[in-house]
Write a protein that binds this ligand. Structure first.
Ligand SMILES: [Zn+2]
Length: 557
């Protein structure tokens, strides 16, 4: 696999050039700062990896039962974390002491009471649930039967920046929108990710009067095969319970259709799914047209209330003017709980995902008590719940922040940073997006670690963990991971880890880890945290960053 594409190399070059320009401009200051880091680096290391690993061993112990959102196991892990944060001398900054309680709703499909038919010329053909299609429980659905004609909208995207509007001219009133997942190649990945989210899609479809959605995975780019996707449908989904978070009001039905059964949707339309799939394979633009069939369906979805909490602690800053500003250090403490046994083990311990980040939050908090450093701004230590359910705990936190959201200057997030090889290369997502990313790169360099941007921007990892919810409120953020040189033996170690241990019971404390790598990672994170708390300037988005769009004028200081 080719990890560094030409475009990516160009971005790295640009970054280097930008830094050179800064060196010749405000160069002296930057050099002095780099020198200061280098000096600190030669000082006594503040971390040994052992205290970090001790926290991981507790958080990922079998007795925590995989820390499923709402479970007793997660509560136990949270009680441990609160105890550690107290011991580190931090103040409670939740709504109930250190806790910020959140109400969730779990949704589970009852297929026995659900059905779907494709109706054409008065003839109703049953859709085999599981085999041919399944209902998404991401939507609340409707108690009533949905009976609506279908319209095919290509990839179903509206991307103004790319002058793409696939629903334009298509009559969607009272209809169900059918689309092929994915995007035309000419639409940049970040835009496709932004506009392809369910809430974003639904805004446009709802405005056009649509009532439902049928998504067909692109057979050329399915992450997992249909059989596994379909098995997952029995798994409950979770959402924030407060109605303010319902971004898909009016969406009565959402289905996912097996691409190998999708031909039935197109019958009689003058087009075939084979033709659509062929264009989709090339990521060409797709035609849009009314379909001949309608769908008659009802999804019986049971709703179960669930309670869980974020943990919020504060280390007050000392500067009279800046102590009311906050740098957030975050990780998610939840994982996926107990599930299908693999090699006789049913507990998905989540030692790396994200026991590693949680332990680093606790360990860095403790180190700031043991080796205090003056902090001008305050620091929020945040352990969120329900990340695995769709970044829900962090979504709640930024909607109901326990400090003024405008006073949050940055989020440094840690999620599965994988100290499984020596730390020589650090992947920094958001490296080119803000002065925070740029600063993170300088810190890494000062510790003799090579900073690299995400070599696989198409996977959109930057929007796949909790930092994204901060970004969406205009707050500069980074997430950093232990990484590798492309083509190196370490690259293989990572590939193996992802196949064998990611979201599997073997992501437990029996796995080999590199304590030195973890310690060095913590040194870098702590330095970035302290520098960000003390910098006279709060971090700024780069003018050309895609994510700058979320910065509202209210937040520009
Ligand atoms: Zn995970």
């Amino acid at each position: 696999m080719e990890f560094f594409e030409t475009g990516q190399r160009y971005r790295v070059d640009m970054m280097r050039k930008t830094m050179m320009r800064r060196l010749t401009g405000a160069g002296v200051l930057l050099l002095l700062a780099a020198g200061a880091w280098a000096a600190k680096k030669t000082g006594k290391p503040l971390f040994d990896g052992k205290t970090w690993w001790d926290h991981v061993k507790v958080i990922a112990d079998d007795s925590m039962e995989g820390r499923e959102t709402g479970s007793l196991g997660l509560r136990k892990a949270e009680a441990y974390a609160v105890e550690q944060l107290k011991r580190a001398g931090l103040e409670p900054a939740g709504t109930d002491g250190y806790y910020q309680n959140i109400r969730f709703v779990e949704r589970q499909i009852d297929e026995k009471d659900s059905y779907a038919f494709l109706v054409r010329n008065g003839q109703a053909d049953p859709v085999a649930l599981g085999d041919q299609a399944y209902f998404s429980t991401r939507v609340e659905g409707s108690e009533q039967e949905v009976d609506a004609p279908l319209a095919f909208a290509g990839n179903g995207l509206e991307v103004p920046e790319s002058s793409l509007d696939e629903t334009a001219g298509l009559d969607l009133k009272g209809k169900v929108v059918v689309y092929l997942a994915g995007s035309p190649a000419r639409v940049p990945g970040s835009l496709a990710a932004h506009y392809g989210g369910l809430a974003q899609r639904w805004k446009g479809y709802a405005a056009a009067g649509a009532v439902g959605i049928i998504a067909i995975p692109n057979p050329a780019s399915m992450d997992i095969p249909w059989s596994r996707m379909s098995l997952n449908r029995a798994h409950p989904s979770m959402d924030l319970a407060d109605p303010e978070f319902n971004e898909i009001a009016g969406l009565k039905m959402a289905m996912v259709f097996n691409p190998s059964s999708a031909e039935a949707l197109f019958e009689g339309s003058g087009h075939s799914f084979a033709e659509i799939a062929a264009l989709g394979r090339e990521r060409k633009e797709l035609p849009h047209f009314a379909l001949a069939a309608s769908v008659r369906a009802r999804a019986a979805i049971a709703k179960i209330p669930v309670d869980s909490a974020n943990i919020v602690a504060r280390l007050p800053g000392s500067d009279p003017a800046l102590h009311n500003e906050f740098v957030v250090l975050s990780a998610h403490i939840d994982h996926v709980g107990i599930g299908e046994p693999v090699n006789g083990d049913r507990i998905y311990n989540g030692a790396m995902d994200d026991g590693s980040g949680t332990a680093a939050v606790l360990d860095i908090a403790a180190s700031l008590k043991l080796h205090p450093e003056q902090l001008k701004r305050s620091v929020i230590f945040l352990l969120v719940t329900a990340e695995e359910k769709g970044l829900l705990g962090s979504k709640y936190f930024v909607a109901h922040p326990t400090v003024d959201v405008k006073s949050i200057v940055a989020d440094i997030n840690m999620d599965m940073f994988l100290p499984i090889v020596p730390l020589k290369v650090l992947r920094i997502q958001g490296i080119n997006d803000s002065t925070l990313g740029e600063h993170a790169a300088s810190v890494a360099t000062a510790f003799d670690v090579k900073p690299v941007p995400d070599p696989e921007p198409l996977r959109n990892l930057f929007v796949r963990s909790d930092q994204y919810n901060f970004i969406r409120r205009g707050i500069p953020a980074v997430i950093m991971d232990v990484f590798y040189q492309p083509g190196s033996p370490e690259a293989q170690v990572f590939r193996n880890w992802l196949t064998e241990r990611y979201h599997a019971p073997s992501d437990d404390v029996g796995q080999p880890v590199d304590l030195q790598a973890a310690a060095l990672y913590e040194e870098i994170v702590r330095r970035l945290l302290v520098d960000t708390a003390n910098d006279a300037q709060r971090p700024q988005w780069k003018p050309d960053s895609f994510f700058r769009r979320y910065l509202t004028s209210a937040q520009t200081n």
